[in-house]
Write a protein that binds this ligand. Structure first.
Ligand code: AFP
Length: 329
């Protein structure tokens, strides 16, 4: 029986209601959904093209780029260039903003990590795409583009998860929905309306190999998390997939907290514009929080397209507790 016959609504039906007064944004979100379907198809065929070796190039962060990183980036550009009102792209795989047209008021800017977790590709683990949407308010130039890209200015965000099922999560601030892709019809159907996060943190996502570099508030919180309840701790379990989208999706569905802190040497790993900000936007819509340990991610100034940031996100109680520990440190 088809998903719609079982009561699941197709993406276009949901978005016509969610974006009813903004057909241009609805069209953009539908194009982004198609983009993610195309990336998923490319991934599924990649093993047979021996395409998972390193391309030999590096992105602006110094990360080695795999051919699929570049192919996913090209798929995003090809799809977004179809629309008359997407002025610019900001991608993890491109050093500078890529202008598609002379910008004017009402145009969109789309920021994206086309393939997040790509170091997982060679070993068949889950990867994802992350995107964030802004609308240009004025048509004067030159833009202070970095101030436009502040997290608070996002009008929509989403991610795709390329796992056993291709899943898509979209939000516009006052709502967040989850979809699953039905290959038979080539359509996303909404399976998780109005996602809300569990209030406690039974699972912690952190790369424990970096323990020696954790700042004290994180080290103390993690010690407490992994201390059994019978010994007065939180008795939490640990999960780490090395793919932010996969960890975030699990946390949205069954609660928990994701931590990749700025370490004691002030090094951070995750990128603000096209990883932390879109995920923080979605977390807020689901009743969760996202900080850099001290300050809300969405309030952080954007000083560089590829700036890195510490991230603590998920269940409000855990994120707020960690914030108070930073304040005391
Ligand atoms: P890649 O895209 O280079 O695989 O990095 C993925 C990521 O940005 C994020 O998705 C993970 O949570 C984090 O890095 C994993 O970092 P570690 O490799 O240090 O665990």
């Amino acid at each position: 029986m088809s998903p719609d016959a079982r009561g699941f609504k197709p993406l276009s039906t949901v978005l016509s209601r969610r974006c009813g007064s903004d057909p241009a944004l609805q069209q953009l979100l539908e194009i982004l959904a198609d983009t993610c379907i195309n990336v998923a198809e490319r991934l599924q065929s990649s093993a047979f093209r021996r395409n998972t070796t390193i391309a030999g190039s590096q992105n602006s962060n110094g990360d080695l780029q795999k051919p699929l990183d570049l192919e996913a980036d090209a798929i995003f550009e090809t799809h977004l260039a179809l629309l008359p009102n997407v002025a610019a792209l900001v991608s993890e795989e491109r050093d500078d903003v890529h202008w598609l047209k002379e910008p004017s008021a009402g145009d969109f800017i789309v920021c994206f990590d086309p393939l997040d977790g790509s170091s997982n590709i060679d070993v068949g683990m889950v990867v994802g795409s992350i995107f964030s949407v802004f609308r240009l308010e004025e048509d004067h130039q030159p833009y202070d583009l970095l101030s436009v890209l502040s997290g608070q200015n996002q009008i929509a965000a989403g991610y795709a998860l390329y796992g056993p099922v291709t899943e898509l999560v979209l939000g516009m601030g006052d709502w967040i929905d989850g979809y699953c892709y039905d290959p038979a019809s080539g359509t996303f159907y909404r399976t998780h309306p109005d996602m809300t996060i569990a209030t406690d943190a039974k699972e912690v996502a952190i790369n424990a190999a970096r323990e020696a570099l954790w700042p004290s508030p994180i080290a103390q919180f993690i010690r407490d998390c992994f201390t059994p309840k019978l010994s007065g701790g939180r008795g939490a379990n640990m999960r780490w997939t090395a793919s932010m989208v996969a960890d975030v999706h699990r946390i949205l569905l069954r609660g928990g907290v994701f931590i990749y802190p700025e370490d004691r040497e002030q090094n951070a790993r995750l990128r603000l514009v096209y990883e932390a900000n879109p995920i923080a936007f979605l977390m807020r819509s689901a009743g969760a929080r996202a900080t850099n340990g001290r300050d809300d991610i969405l309030s952080l100034p954007v000083n560089d397209l590829h700036q890195k940031v510490g991230v603590v996100l998920g269940a409000c109680d855990a994120v707020t507790y960690i914030q108070t520990q930073y304040e005391k440190a």
